[in-house]
Structure formats: structure tokens, C-alpha cells
Design a protein around this ligand. Structure first.
Ligand code: GTQ
Length: 361
């Protein structure tokens, strides 16, 4: 029997919605070099963003069901997203406003930029005051509404796992039935947050995830300062991860939050990893080299490091500390054994192009 022509055979298969693995061999071969980074390095300057936040208050006079949030689209991605898994943005709420209660399967965090003791987010009935640089979690499917009963606008950073949840096609959304705000728990004794500290009741089982949580900046800052006396990470300086205090792992199952200090004059070593990250500058000035780009940052700028791009950070000041808040998708990659990190100096030290490191716990 004459051998079948392979192109004709491929066509016959296509008619049946079948393809032979041999047609995808080039995709496998490309992966010899590891993943192609998704999206580009980019920086959103506070000088550009802040005036737009103010103008958004006029353009969108009322923010009830929608949020007055400016979301950062990576110029190198087709879909909405700051990275292929993470979405970062900045939200503003005017004096006297309430952003109505809703919940969704997309998990979110807030990092307060211009806060106030009397502004707050309610998460599953628990009041979380929004003071400067506090981190507040609104985990997957928790009810949340934002309140600004003060006479100053309140501004915070939003970060969500929206692109990941979209790519998994698992979005659900629900406005709070018939009402703009959810009821607030009357007594703090009912708060799950009270059970997530150094003590908890002996008479009940702890809820291990998706509980409301506020990480007060005052406490985090003092821990960061204390840990910054250690040498830290050669790639990230004095970098600490916010943890779920009960489960001991990342704040959320799809997203991890970090706060890191680059000490005066500190310049980190270059590396790359399979995770992507979006950054917010809490204080200081510096430069992050990402791929071919130099991102020059200062206070309240946001920037993005796509997955698998070489990068390094430098504090521009010889006298002042620089502090960066960031969110990353390490928990997702780690969960499936896909977190890999490559230090640049391994290129010189080893033949192997990729050096897997143990996933963080
Ligand atoms: O503030 O609740 O940027 O639910 C996207 C979805 C903000 C919020 C966003 C949200 C919110």
C-alpha cells in the first residue's frame, strides 16, 4: 500500500476535529527555553494616575454598584490584566460615599494609600478601618462594601486575581440582595479576625481560609524594620510575605502579598521566576531593571514584572529606605509544582538553563 501523504492525512484529521501531536512539536521545542513572558514591563506614574482619579470623581459622579477604580492594563496583553493572572488598580471614594455590598469568586486585597481612621471596608460583617498602608483582604466570595463617612477622599490600591479566574472560566458575582450595605456584626467577639491572632477560642474549630483580615501597617512596618536588620534575600532585599495566620501560608490561595525594604544604597542580584508580580511604591525612589527596560519609580507609582523576565531592584538613595508593596501569583504556581526560579549567576555556574528551587511553603 502506498504511504499516505502526511499533509493530506492532517487535513483528514482536521475534518474530524483531531490533530496529531506531530503538528505541535514546535511548541514543545520552544519550551526548551522555558515560558515566553506574558505582557511587558510597564510603570504607571502616580503623577499621571492621581489627576485621573480626581477627574473620575466628576466623570463618574456616583459610585454605587460599580467601583470608581482605575485598572492597569498591561500594554503587552490582549485581555484586561496587569499580568496574565493579576489585576491591579487604584480606587477613590468621595466624602460621604458608600460603594454598595457585593461578592464574587474573584479574590481581592486593598492596600490603603490615603486612609483615615473613620473610613472602612466591611467584609462579611466585620468592620475593617482603612488607615494608611493597612492591608485588608476581601477573600473569594466574601461580602464587601466600602464606606467613607469622612470629609476627605479615601484612596486605596485594589489587586485581584481576575485574569486567572477568567482564564479558568469560574467567575460568579452577586450584589447584596435588596440592600446597599450588609449588616455589621454588633460585637467584636464574633469577628473571625479575633480568632486569627495569637489566641483563639478552645470551644470551636477555626475557619482556616477566606476570612476577613486587616493587617495594620503599624504592626507590619515594625516587623519589617526588625527583619531588615538581617541580610535578607539577595534578589529582593528585606522581603516579607503577609501570611494567613491560621493556615500559615499566603494571604489568599491565588495571590500572595509582599512588603519589602531596599536598604539605603541596596542593589539586588538579577533573577527570574515563573511567577508574575505587580508593585506599588510605598516610599523611596529607585530603579527596577526588567528585561530590556529600566522602570524608574518613586512614591505611589505602580509597576509590573511579567513572568520569567530577568529583573533586579536598586534603591537610588544612599541615605533613605525604599519600601515596596507587591502582589504575586506564587501560590498558584507552587500549588502545582510549577514555581521555578533562576538566578542569573547560575548561567555562569551551570550548563543547565533552569535551576528549580523548592517552592516556598
Ligand atoms: O472594590 O469591591 O477594582 O469588587 C474590582 C472589583 C474593586 C471592589 C475592583 C471589585 C472592587
Amino acid at each position: 500500500m502506498a504511504p499516505k501523504d502526511i499533509n493530506a492525512f492532517n487535513d483528514e484529521l482536521r475534518e474530524l476535529h483531531i490533530s496529531g501531536q506531530w503538528q505541535y512539536e514546535d511548541l514543545l521545542e520552544k519550551a526548551i527555553h522555558g515560558p515566553r513572558p506574558k505582557g511587558e514591563p510597564y510603570i504607571w506614574k502616580w503623577n499621571n494616575v492621581y489627576p485621573k482619579l480626581v477627574q473620575a470623581c466628576d466623570a463618574l459622579p456616583e459610585s454605587y454598584t460599580a467601583r470608581r477604580s482605575l485598572l492597569f492594563d498591561n500594554p503587552g496583553l490582549q485581555a484586561h490584566g496587569t499580568t496574565h493572572t493579576l489585576l491591579m488598580g487604584i480606587q477613590i471614594i468621595k466624602p460621604g460615599e458608600i460603594a454598595w455590598a457585593h461578592r464574587h469568586t474573584m479574590a481581592a486585597i486593598r492596600f490603603v494609600i490615603q486612609g483615615n481612621r473613620n473610613a472602612y471596608t466591611v467584609v462579611d460583617g466585620e468592620v475593617c478601618p482603612m488607615e494608611d498602608y493597612d492591608l485588608i483582604l476581601t477573600p473569594q466570595w466574601t461580602w464587601h462594601d466600602h464606606h467613607n463617612p469622612t470629609d476627605r477622599t479615601t484612596i486605596w490600591l485594589d489587586a485581584l486575581d481576575v485574569p486567572l479566574i477568567r482564564s479558568l472560566n469560574a467567575p460568579f458575582y452577586e450584589p447584596y440582595a435588596g440592600n446597599r450595605v450588609q449588616p455589621v456584626r454588633l460585637h467584636e467577639s464574633e469577628y473571625l479576625q479575633l480568632r486569627a491572632g495569637p489566641v483563639r477560642p478552645t470551644w470551636e474549630k477555626p475557619k482556616k481560609e477566606n476570612f476577613p483580615m486587616r493587617y495594620r501597617w503599624k504592626e507590619i512596618e515594625s516587623k519589617l524594620k526588625a527583619l531588615a536588620k538581617e541580610p535578607g534575600s539577595p534578589y529582593d532585599g528585606a522581603s516579607i510575605e503577609y501570611v494567613n495566620p491560621i493556615a500559615g501560608r499566603s494571604t489568599l490561595s491565588t495571590l500572595s502579598c509582599w512588603i519589602q525594604m531596599l536598604r539605603p544604597g541596596e542593589r539586588t542580584q538579577r533573577h527570574r521566576h515563573t511567577s508574575s508580580a505587580a508593585y506599588f511604591v510605598v516610599q523611596g525612589e529607585g530603579t527596577t531593571l526588567v528585561g530590556e527596560k529600566a522602570l524608574q519609580w518613586e512614591r505611589h507609582d505602580c509597576f509590573v514584572i511579567p513572568n520569567w523576565l530577568w529583573h533586579e531592584h536598586a534603591n537610588a538613595s544612599k541615605t533613605e529606605e525604599a519600601i515596596l508593596f507587591s502582589v504575586n501569583d506564587i501560590p498558584v504556581l507552587s500549588a502545582f509544582g510549577l514555581y521555578r526560579e533562576q538566578p542569573e549567576n547560575s548561567l555562569r555556574a551551570f550548563e543547565a538553563p533552569v535551576v528549580p528551587v523548592p517552592a516556598p511553603k
